[in-house]
Design a protein around this ligand. Structure first.
Ligand code: PLP
Length: 396
């Protein structure tokens, strides 16, 4: 690996990429429209005093429509951000600031399996005594108990945050039912759909979701751009101030190439999602079968009947995941859990919330397949894992 120009030119052309929950490869068709926007549609989309600005403004409008279409929302409801972390922060802080102005101490309910963007934002607000926080427990497959969720919604909740699909075990949550419960009790519902958009159907309007967070780099788009979709009528306070862009809700010059890339990624997902996800699930199932056959004692975590097509979270009890990663990291891009927390030596909070045994958590590896994963890569990845785990076991 070496750095050259702006990038890391590696020897990684031969590597197998199985870390698609962490980020996806930018589709070359998306990269092409980003490049042409960077070089040709370079205006500031707010500078509509001239035609170059008009052009950028039009590009944003067209992209917004494509994004709205994939989640069945309307263009007016989309607020562009730098990614899902910012969208979630705006959704949570923007909602509670509005309540605090009315002298209410907001009460937020979240699931223990949420991404750190939700968990840490809420924990920080709680530590500052700005909110009351209720954390719903998850079962051994990361599912939530909807009757408990309903009881909580029937109490004094001001915001409910539940993800659409889990970034570690891939569990898919019943968003439509959760939104119906929240609506019944008049509780605003923020859905972190970062892992779900473009992978499973989402109906923002029909399901009655109040706010939805999404990120381009999880759906074969560029990094550093995302959106918060906000239902008309939901009151949000900005968390940043500046040039008044996006009705003042999220000021700052719009990332036109990023937004155009997000739009194109959404358009392609809408066209190709069903077929792609079916093919990805077949490859994931094949990888699972090969690993189960080749690695005695292998555990498959999560709900095998209700998970994202590309998700395979395995555990090899008593074989530390760090030992496996050390041996394969130059051949296979896989993860020990949420990439956003990698580097921090602590067990996965999701697997801990699921109540899994310590040796299962310590032996967990997340394999994330995507639309560019090939059958050959699946076969080679299985061979590498089977052989390296056998070697590690011989040393233990
Ligand atoms: N929410 C979930 C479920 C995620 O998987 C991630 C990223 O891994 C995020 C939020 C944060 O997304 P971003 O990287 O766009 O800030």
């Amino acid at each position: 690996m070496r750095l050259e120009g702006g990038g890391c030119v590696s020897t990684h052309a031969h590597m197998i990429y199985l870390d698609n929950h962490s980020t996806t490869i930018c589709d070359y068709r998306v990269a092409e429209v980003i490049y042409s926007t960077l070089t040709e549609t370079y205006g500031n989309s707010s500078s509509t005093v001239h035609e170059i600005g008009d052009c950028a403004n039009l590009a944003v409008k067209v992209a917004t429509k494509k994004i709205a279409r994939v989640i069945q929302a309307s263009s007016q409801e989309i607020v562009f951000t730098s990614g899902a972390t910012e969208s979630i922060t705006l959704g949570i802080k923007g909602t509670i600031r509005n309540l605090q102005n009315a002298d209410i101490k907001p009460h937020i309910a979240i699931a223990s399996s949420e991404h750190k963007a939700v968990l840490d934002t809420c924990q920080a607000l709680k530590a500052q005594d700005k909110i009351k926080l209720t954390i719903l427990s998850a079962d051994s497959q990361a599912h939530l108990d909807l009757s408990t969720l309903e009881k909580i919604c029937a109490s004094d909740i001001h915001l409910l945050c539940i993800m659409a699909a889990n970034n570690e075990v891939g569990t898919i949550y019943p968003v439509e039912k959760i939104a119906a419960i929240a609506q019944k009790h008049n509780v605003p519902f923020l859905c972190d759909a970062t892992q779900a958009v473009g992978k499973i159907p989402i109906r923002f309007h029909d399901w009655g979701i109040t706010m939805l967070a999404l990120s381009a780099h999880k759906l074969y788009g560029p990094k550093g751009v995302g959106a918060l979709v906000v239902r008309k009528g939901h009151q949000l306070e900005p968390i940043m101030y500046g040039g008044g862009q996006q009705k003042g809700l999220r000021p700052g010059t719009l990332n036109v190439p990023g937004i155009v890339g997000l739009g194109e990624a959404c358009r392609l997902r809408q066209l190709e999602m069903v077929e792609d996800e079916r093919a990805i699930a077949l490859k994931r199932d094949n990888l699972q079968t090969l690993l189960l056959q080749g690695i005695p004692g292998l555990v498959i975590n999560g709900d095998i009947n209700n998970r994202l097509a590309g998700n395979l979270l395995i555990s090899i009890p008593d074989v530390p995941n760090s030992a496996v990663i050390a041996r394969v990291r130059h051949k296979l891009a896989i993860s020990t859990g949420s990439a956003c927390t990698s580097g921090v030596e602590e067990p996965s909070h999701v697997l801990t919330a699921m109540g899994l045994a310590e040796n299962v958590i310590e032996g967990s590896l997340r394999l994330g397949l995507g639309k560019f994963t090939t059958d050959e890569e699946v076969a080679t990845a299985a061979e590498i894992l089977i052989s390296e785990i056998k070697s590690i076991r011989e040393l233990l």
